[in-house]
Design a protein around this ligand. Sequence first.
Ligand code: NAP
Length: 313
Amino acid sequence: MTRPLPERVVAAARQDFEVEVRETNAPMKPGEMRAALVLYDGVLPTLGDRFDADVFAESASPRCKVLANFGVGYNHIDVAAARDAGVAVTNTPGAVTDATADIALTLMLSVARRAGEGERLLRAGAWEGWHPTQMLGMHVTGKTVGILGMGRIGQAIARRCHFGFGMQVAYHSRSPKSLEFPAQHAESPEALAEAADFLVVAVPGGAETRHLVGASVLKAMGAGAFLVNIARGDVVDEAALVDALESGAIAGAGLDVYEHEPTVPDALKGMENAVLLPHLGTAALEVREAMGLMSVDNLRAALSGETPPNLVN
Ligand code: NAP
């Protein structure tokens, strides 16, 4: 296990395996990853452990047969290089869906209703008391949400917006969806951005989606609209986002992920209309336990010669 994990997860793994838990929360270095491929039958890696082609290149036929990733997003692993080296890669879909959708709603409400800014004002001792025109934000109920990436998490966000906040739902993903509530399919990210009061990013990271939200999408959003990103930082062109916020091209942003995580541009930190969370999408004990138990199930299946339930390569 490449990070300390909840006790229940380690205990579940110990029922079937000899387990070593790496004691630090720092991402693995390339040398550690190469060594892990040689030393262990299975590795349970996570976000930040960049198993790229170079790491696999030196191990033609590694002892390790499975990377049972802790998390649904696996863009830090070169899955083709893993497959070529005979290493299965698995992830943890579903376990993360509701918690991540909840964080998207937290960000939408916080940025539109100026919650972060209000907290800072109060804690700074600058609150002069309620008055009718104090800190007016945007009303959320009834507005239009545009979901970029209508997969498991995108749909969970849309459901909350429709049933909880009476919002109109529009979306863009590779294929149209049939859903239990009305939702308009947009032909491009730009068309979606034009229609939305909130553009919420929920596509996977990786080469295909890098900077999918760039200057043209931000321009299409317009001065009244908010961007929320709970997906991966590099889906959004962060420099273009800073420009759009500074120039007032969009109204604000709620971010859980960053292009060069954990580095966050000072420009963003200085803006009142940016709500900035430290990648909290799945940060609840029961969710992290469910993710870990799912990883252990995948590990167990792969090492028993079965097809793991959540194989991605
Ligand atoms: P998913 O079910 O695979 O959904 C991904 C959606 O993105 C699908 O609807 C897919 O379209 C769409 N998509 C993929 N590539 C696209 C492209 N190039 N253009 C337009 N749409 C595209 O994945 P999920 O479980 O919802 O998770 C989504 C991502 O959220 C994960 O990969 C992960 O990176 C991120 N995440 C973040 C956190 C956090 O802590 N902030 C937590 C969990 C997950 P189709 O349906 O047409 O294939």
